[in-house]
Design a protein around this ligand. Structure first.
Ligand SMILES: [Zn+2]
Length: 515
């Protein structure tokens, strides 16, 4: 978020997984692999088992600490881990996933998502209208309805190659819903609920006087305690893939007492912090007015930047003279979400952050779950912004973003920020979080394997992702979501969206928009 069914779906999805688990046992597949699909060459992902070879036209691997593109490469995966990457063939005895026209990348990492709440705003806020009311209505749904929304949004994230999520659910109920889908699907996640949650947020965030903030303090301290309990309850679930972290909304909705409590909770958990940081000039001005320092300085004063990973989203209101050296000293990652606030909601300071030497991740935020589209937008919006900054002689340092910047920002930069040298890279010893993207076909290819395949990503979208796996478990195979039943997920998610639209219509929310 930026400044600006009647039947039980949970039950029937579980039934679907159970029936497929039985059928997968019958063909000897790896436990946890759900549906049976064969790709164009007749390959069945279940037949891969737990040791297999991925052959790809191009592989973006890390060698000697540098990223390099390997032509006609092979990756050997055993029990969820990459054992070796090479150009030559491995033993013929191993099952193979053959992707000769595709580019193999590490699983993409989003440093900022609000999973359950993406589809309820998409397609209705671009007028522009405020996203606030649809998001409030999400929180009024039943657990089953919330699960239907979470499932669709989570499936979309996976479908577009996003395997690891720093998930700031908009409430504890939505965070619980997120874990209910993420754990059985084998998703890697750092979940938490936004503090204050969506039910209390807008009154505090858009307050007319600061007494509202002070009066909210005890309620926010209660939320911090409840979130700490949530984090402890789910820590290490999903064979270690679920690692909850504290996720405060932003500095302008906290007081010194709640900041101390957040710092203490984060220190106790050891998984770090995920926050909206200087997401607009208004936030920076408010924190300076109340506490005399920038949000970054204020966080540092509580020791919040020193213990564990810190991911800050948006940073549009950063003080460019003061903040970048502090953020860089502590290895803070800027989660740049090019479609944050919805499609067409302006550009963000990606070129300035690159020029300041900051670690920049590409994140999702709320309304779009298409990671490839967001990667592309980061580069194209960033290049446009860089050119305009130069023309207007803004006085800011700026660096023209490249597709290499964005791909690294989607993979090993956030992995490093998380303290995970086993994520975000294709190399021996890394987790087998892998995705493949079509780069040779219609619309983003040329009919032949291209010479510089990262450039073809600039013409791609998430539906061109063909394979997604986490810890070697296939979740998307040959462009089909196979971790669960996609038709069921889409239908149930759509029913909940229709319910929200009906309520918005009843409230005369659909005001006329410019044509
Ligand atoms: Zn956000």
């Amino acid at each position: 978020m930026r400044d600006v069914r009647d039947s039980s779906p949970g039950f029937s999805r579980r039934g679907f997984i159970q029936s497929l688990a039985l059928s997968s046992l019958a063909v000897g597949a790896a436990p946890g692999v759900a549906a049976t699909t064969a790709n164009k060459s007749g390959q069945d992902h279940q037949a891969l088992g737990d040791s297999f070879v991925v052959e790809a036209g191009w592989i973006l691997r890390e060698a000697g600490g540098e990223l390099e593109l390997l032509r006609d490469g092979q990756v050997l995966v055993r029990r969820g881990v990459i054992e070796e990457v090479r150009a030559g063939r491995f033993s013929d005895a191993l099952p193979r996933l053959k992707l000769p026209d595709q580019l193999l990348l590490p699983g993409l990492i989003s440093g900022h998502t609000h999973c359950c709440s993406a589809t309820p705003t998409r397609g209705i806020i671009e007028g522009p209208r405020s996203y606030a009311r649809p998001l409030e209505l999400v929180e009024q749904l039943s657990d089953d309805e919330m699960d239907a929304l979470t499932a669709l949004n989570l499936a979309e994230l996976l479908r577009s190659g996003c395997t690891t999520h720093l998930e700031m659910s908009l409430s504890l109920r939505q965070a619980e819903s997120y874990v209910r889908s993420a754990e059985p699907w084998g998703v890697r996640a750092y979940p938490g609920a936004m503090i204050p949650g969506i039910e209390r947020l807008f009154a505090i965030w858009f307050r007319e006087n600061d007494q509202v903030l002070m009066d909210a303090e005890s309620g926010t301290l209660d939320e911090i305690a409840a979130n700490l309990a949530f984090c402890k309850k789910h820590m290490g679930k999903g064979e270690g893939r679920i690692l909850p972290m504290m996720s405060p909304h932003a500095c302008d909705t906290q007081t010194p007492a709640t900041m101390r409590a957040l710092a203490s909770a984060a220190r106790e958990l050891g998984t770090g912090l995920h926050i909206h940081l200087s997401q607009g000039q208004r936030e920076t001005d408010t924190v300076k007015r109340l506490w005399g320092v920038t949000p970054t300085q204020w966080m540092e004063s509580f020791g919040m930047l020193a213990d564990g990973p810190v991911f800050g989203a948006h940073m549009s209101g950063l003080d460019w003279d003061i903040d970048p050296p502090i953020l860089n000293k502590h290895g803070v990652v800027y989660a740049h979400c090019p479609s944050g606030g919805g499609a067409g909601n302006g550009t963000q300071p990606y070129p300035e952050a690159l020029a300041a030497g900051m670690a920049v991740n590409i994140g999702i935020d709320t309304h779009s779950n298409d990671y490839i589209e967001n990667l592309k937008l980061a580069v194209l919006y960033g290049q446009a912004r860089h050119e305009l900054l130069g023309e207007w002689d803004s006085g800011r340092e700026s660096q023209r973003p490249t597709v290499w910047n964005a791909v690294e920002g989607a993979t090993r930069i956030p992995a490093k920020g998380l303290g995970r040298d086993d994520l975000g890279v294709i190399k021996a010893g890394a987790r087998a979080d892998l995705i493949s993207i079509e780069v040779s076909g219609m619309l983003n290819g040329t009919g032949a394997l291209p010479p510089e395949p990262l450039n073809n990503l600039l013409y791609a979208n998430g539906r061109m992702v063909r394979t997604v796996m986490t810890d070697g478990r296939v979740q998307v195979h040959d462009g089909m979501f196979v971790a669960d039943d996609p038709q069921h997920i889409l239908r149930d998610g759509g029913e909940v969206a229709k319910k929200i639209w009906r309520q918005l219509e009843a409230e005369d929310w659909f005001t006329p928009t410019p044509r």
